[in-house]
Design a binder for this molecule. Structure first.
Ligand code: DGT
Ligand code: MG
Ligand code: MG
Length: 275
């Protein structure tokens, strides 16, 4: 109802456009996944199917939300980075966050039915996720953001692996295992695993130690400027068919990884619509 006397209410909508020429990162995180993982009996400390479910959900976001060029996930969280010059939803934070988190949740539930055919979701205990948007002004802060998340993955996984080994193989109570680990450094935990249980932490699965990185194999599906219906259909088909690679590499130290990713981002950015 254009120009009605009610239209003034639109003035109450706040302008939440994120700053131009910054890397927008949206992180989703499972709500109450401590309880959720108990309810659905996840393996401790890592449940392969649960992590794959997160990866599938993230792939759904990459395919359905344009201009996401990189994603990183661990535990119950996933971070998505947009091309620096994206103009999706005019960079409005609420639109970006709500689209990413709802697309992620829908895909998580869809993937669940395939990965857990014998463990269906209970309508009273469904998975939900929160999301936040953060802007990073330059490549260094973007790299540091990912290093922070990967370091978090490493610290938690080493702790959890040692804790659950003490409980499951060492027959300690959770309380005693926790007490034993107070004040220990990484080297001490590696030593406990190796000396007491013959476990070389280095041989643990890479996905558990490093988390998962999703990357387009090639960014050859750039969003067309002011697309016609035909161009849009072609774009959608190319995104549907494009391959997404999943990596479990070290993104803290690997300069080559960042050189490759950012070279691709640069190429794509020059052809991304800005209006
Ligand atoms: P929040 O995020 O404040 O709503 O609370 P939570 O409970 O989601 O806590 P958060 O996000 O800090 O920690 C993630 C929880 O999810 C943590 O308790 C461990 C659990 N979790 C995630 N992945 C796995 C898994 O593969 N296996 C098991 N057993 N637990 C997992
Ligand atoms: Mg959580
Ligand atoms: Mg979390």
């Amino acid at each position: 109802m254009a120009n009605s006397k009610f239209e003034y209410v639109k003035l109450y909508e706040s302008d939440d456009r994120l700053l131009p020429r910054t890397y927008i990162v949206i992180r989703v995180d499972g709500r109450g996944f401590h309880q959720f993982s108990k309810k659905y009996d996840f393996e401790k400390p890592n449940d392969l199917n649960a992590l794959n479910c997160m990866n599938k959900a993230a792939e759904g976001v990459m395919r359905n939300v344009q201009d996401v060029f990189l994603a990183y996930g661990q535990s119950d969280e996933y971070s998505f980075v947009f091309l620096k010059d994206t103009n999706l939803f005019e960079r409005r934070a609420s639109k970006l966050m709500s689209t990413v988190v709802s697309t992620f949740t829908a895909n998580y539930i869809h993937a669940w039915s395939q990965l857990f055919p014998n463990n269906p979701l209970d309508g009273n205990f469904l998975p939900t996720f929160d999301s936040r948007a953060v802007m990073y002004p330059d490549v260094q802060s973007l790299k540091d953001y990912f290093s922070w998340r990967q370091a978090d993955c490493h610290i938690n996984n080493l702790y959890n692996t040692t804790f659950w080994t003490l409980v499951q193989k060492g027959q300690l109570t959770p309380h005693d295992a926790q007490t034993k680990l107070i004040g220990t450094l990484s080297a001490d935990k590696n030593e406990i695993l190796f000396t007491d249980f013959g476990i070389n932490y280095n041989n643990e699965p890479e996905m558990f130690k490093k988390g998962s990185i999703l990357r387009w194999e090639k960014l050859d599906h750039k969003y067309p400027k002011n697309p016609t219906k035909r161009q849009l259909d072609k774009y959608r088909k190319s995104v549907r068919d494009a391959k997404i690679n999943i990596l479990h590499c070290d993104i803290i130290k690997d300069e080559q990884f960042w050189n490759d990713v950012l070279a691709e981002e640069d190429t794509a950015a020059t052809t991304t619509p800005t209006s």
